[in-house]
Design a protein around this ligand. Structure first.
Ligand code: SF4
Length: 417
């Protein structure tokens, strides 16, 4: 069943010429930009190797880092919640946000993983994505299809049609015009919102600091304008120091978008406050009065305990592996679930379960391009092979492979002749 369903989805994806065109356009731009950026950053090799060491150490000392971060962030006036499952996250959101609120969000893969929008809407809140790509897929009613560029599968013509329908005015298929419309639509909401939700690119335990990288400037509004800011992040985002977090700021942009540095880099260490009047500290000067950080497990500790998959937790979600993956280039979001490509397959197995990950593990060709593109040199093909071993033990074997196996045993050849 799982196998046939996936074949149907593949057929649909392969017939979608628009999607293939959009993916091709994006991939060639990404590859050229990345090549230029890597060539212009002579110390990048050092940073990425050091980053791998930092991530490896951090994952091995995760409990210590969680404890240190909680103590330090709460001493600054923030609140830290630690949750294991989607249901536990829902309880925190119900307590902190409640219902009837306007919630604005900046891009966060962890909140995609945990279906935060759906949860908040079911509680009676209005949720508005502010990252342009996320807003497009939200209005379109589809899922993001790339960790860095959520609307990568849509052509400018499709997006222009969508915005024309939403605004009731003719929006031309011109990225500049589309961005102008999005800017107009979102501007007021930043000041009206009750709560801002963001993810984190890294969390520094020693100083209790959240690091958020972005280009659009929307995350600045989301994390700053509403009175309450909620950060939803996986426990793997923790590193010991701000200096370690900065390694991510240096490595991620060239590999993700071919930039030497992201346009905006926000470091948030507790709620806004002022002591300008008689040195009396008052919360919420211009930024949020309350900041909550929700640290999420949702399968990460199981990944951590399994030496075959532990390194998947080092991933910084730059998406570089996707941009040169032959299967992702053909299937886009169908080579993934909430996370994409080979690395996404491993994450899917631990966050969604083996059944969801099974067709993805067999869609992978094990060609190894992802490993070559990864700044942390994660051995994704080896992890996918280990996942296949697990899948076979659990009975998730594609029918053609079962047939070939039986034929070899019974007739000495895989064709059953
Ligand atoms: S596996 Fe490597 S290349 Fe792929 S998103 Fe993660 S860090 Fe980037």
């Amino acid at each position: 069943m799982w196998y046939d369903e996936y074949l149907d989805r593949i057929d649909t994806a392969l017939a979608d010429e628009d999607k293939k065109l959009a993916l091709r356009r994006a991939a060639s731009t990404f590859l050229l930009k990345k090549r230029d950026a890597l060539g212009s950053l002579p110390y990048l090799d050092y940073y990425r190797k050091r980053l791998r060491e930092v991530k490896a150490w951090s994952i091995d000392h995760i409990d210590e880092l969680i404890k240190t971060f909680k103590e330090n962030f709460e001493a600054l006036g923030g609140i830290v919640h630690i949750v294991s499952t989607k249901e536990e996250l829902a309880n925190v959101l119900r307590k902190v946000i409640g219902s009837g609120k306007l919630v604005i969000k900046s891009k966060s893969m962890t909140s995609e993983e945990l279906e935060v929008n759906k949860q908040l809407e079911e509680m009676g809140n209005t949720v508005v994505e502010t990252d342009l790509g996320e807003r497009i897929v939200q209005l379109m009613g589809c899922r993001p299809s790339h960790v860095v560029v959520p609307a990568i599968h849509l052509t400018k013509e499709k997006v222009a049609d969508l915005f024309s329908k939403v605004t009731g005015e003719r929006v031309p298929p011109d990225p500049k015009a589309i961005v102008g419309v999005a800017r107009r639509m979102l501007r007021d909401l930043y000041m009206k919102a009750d709560v801002g939700i963001s993810g984190a690119n890294a969390i520094a335990a020693e100083t209790g600091s959240i690091l958020v990288l972005e280009n659009e400037g929307n995350a600045r509004f989301v994390t700053n304008a509403p009175p309450v800011h909620v950060v939803i992040a996986g426990i793997e985002k923790l590193v010991p120091t701000l200096e370690d977090a900065m390694l991510i700021a240096q490595v991620l942009p060239p590999y993700a978008t071919g930039q030497r540095m992201a346009t905006y880099l926000s470091i948030i260490s507790g709620p806004s406050s002022t002591a300008d009047i008689e040195l009396t500290s008052v919360r919420g000067a211009h930024g949020p009065m309350e900041i909550h950080v929700v640290l999420v497990d949702n399968g990460r500790r199981r990944m951590l305990r399994d030496s075959r998959f532990k390194q998947a937790l080092y991933c910084i979600r730059c998406g570089s592996c996707l941009n040169n993956c032959p299967i992702y280039q053909l299937l886009g979001d169908e080579f993934g679930y909430r996370y994409f490509g080979g690395i996404g397959t491993i994450w899917t197995a631990f966050t969604e379960g083996l059944k969801v990950a099974a067709p993805l593990a067999y869609a992978c060709t094990l060609c190894g391009r992802c490993k070559l593109e990864c700044p942390l040199e994660l051995d994704i093909p080896e992890m996918v092979k280990s996942l296949r071993d697990l899948l076979i033990k659990e009975g998730y074997i594609p029918p053609p492979l079962s047939f070939a196996e039986r034929s070899i045993i019974e007739k000495g050849n895989p064709m059953g002749i």
